[in-house]
Design a protein around this ligand. Structure first.
Ligand code: RIB
Length: 347
């Protein structure tokens, strides 16, 4: 088997100490000449030296690994959030392990155990829908982990763990204000899955503004969806036939499904029905869709998640046994932004 070059091999070839080699390859300050530093770097390349992370982890008690557990890898919102979290983690020297629970509490439980066995230094956790609906098992699992956890996006209002999420209530209010400002009075809503707290907060904010305007949300126009394209598509006929002139979909995938069905029936958006979504996935994924939507500012969300987990990792050592991310949790809510495009218009 080919010999894997070590720090010792490089030190011997350059006639310097192993410490000197380690300082140079880790960009640490040394009194060495530029010439000598260059020789060490060139020699490491020539010998095809690869740092031994396992050895480094033993020495530093840090794996330089973070983990992200997402609930639905096919939903582009989570793909975009994963990208932001990967960018910010790698800029801090961490690798990010990404896994998908497929909204299953059983899969989530298994993956949390696997992260623990991999010795990750921290976890960004987006709970599965099953856990949002019944968080007892999740809370028990998280309480046994000896690394910091940041609840991300979901279950962030329950303040049992460090958390960063969107201010969904404000997002719903902004959607209602936008439609009322265009003169709409018969407004529908397609919610996500009743098992996720985010959807409930969006609908609550949305309904509160309609209520204040004297146009309470008609229960017959408050349809449940599934946070997927089909949820919007299959709710469309009922909403169109009930005479709504505008609809708030609590995520973009359902908004796109609604518009598809509207157009299949020979109608058009916004002329026959205005539509607002939530997530702004089109901009993130580079297709210039005309959908008016709420942007969750996931760059800010990822930065806030990183700040929380970095400060917890820094304070570890004696802290880990106390798990301050659970005993003294901090919550942060990122304000969403209305992105006005072409799918809402005057009545
Ligand atoms: O599109 C999926 C939705 O579920 C997003 O709005 C996100 O907030 C997640 O909770």
């Amino acid at each position: 088997m080919n010999h894997k070059a070590t720090l010792k091999d490089i030190a011997k070839a350059c006639d310097v100490s192993v410490t000197a080699v380690s300082l140079v390859l880790n960009d640490r300050p040394t009194r060495m000449s530029q010439k000598k530093r260059g020789l060490i770097v060139e020699t490491a390349k020539r010998l095809r030296y690869v740092p031994n992370q396992a050895a480094r982890s033993l020495a530093t008690n840090k794996s330089m690994l973070l983990a992200l557990l997402i609930p639905d890898i096919e939903n582009m919102f989570f793909a975009s959030l994963a990208k932001e979290l990967e960018d910010v983690s790698s800029s801090n020297g961490y690798s990010l392990l990404i896994a998908n629970s497929d909204d299953s509490q059983h899969a989530e439980h298994k993956l949390l155990r696997q992260f623990a066995s991999r010795g990750v230094d921290g976890l960004f956790l987006i709970p599965s829908r099953e856990s949002v609906n019944n968080s007892k098992t999740l809370k028990k699992d998280v309480s046994t982990l000896d690394f910091p956890v940041v609840l991300t996006d979901r279950l962030v209002s329950d303040d049992w763990c460090d958390a960063v999420g969107s201010d969904n209530y404000v997002g719903g209010q902004l959607a209602a204000q936008a439609l009322l400002s265009k003169g709409h009075k018969r407004i529908a809503c397609i919610s996500g899955d009743a098992r996720t707290g985010n959807m409930n907060r969006r609908v609550a904010g949305f309904s509160s503004v309609l209520e204040k305007a004297g146009l309470p949300l008609d229960p017959n126009l408050n349809c449940s969806g599934n946070y997927r394209y089909t949820g919007g598509y299959h709710a469309a006929d009922h909403i169109i036939d009930a005479g709504a002139t505008a609809v708030f979909c609590t995520n973009d995938l359902m908004a796109l499904g609604f518009i598809q069905r509207l157009e299949e029936r020979g109608l058009s958006c916004p002329q026959d029905c205005s539509v607002i979504g939530y997530d702004n996935i089109s901009e993130r994924l580079g297709f210039n869709h005309r959908l008016t939507t709420l942007d969750q500012n996931i760059s800010a969300m990822a930065a806030a998640c990183n700040d929380v987990i970095s400060s917890r990792i820094k304070d570890m050592g004696s802290e880990s046994s106390r798990r301050p991310w659970i005993t003294q949790p901090k919550q942060q809510f990122i304000r969403p932004t209305l992105v006005n495009r072409a799918t809402i218009s005057e009545l």
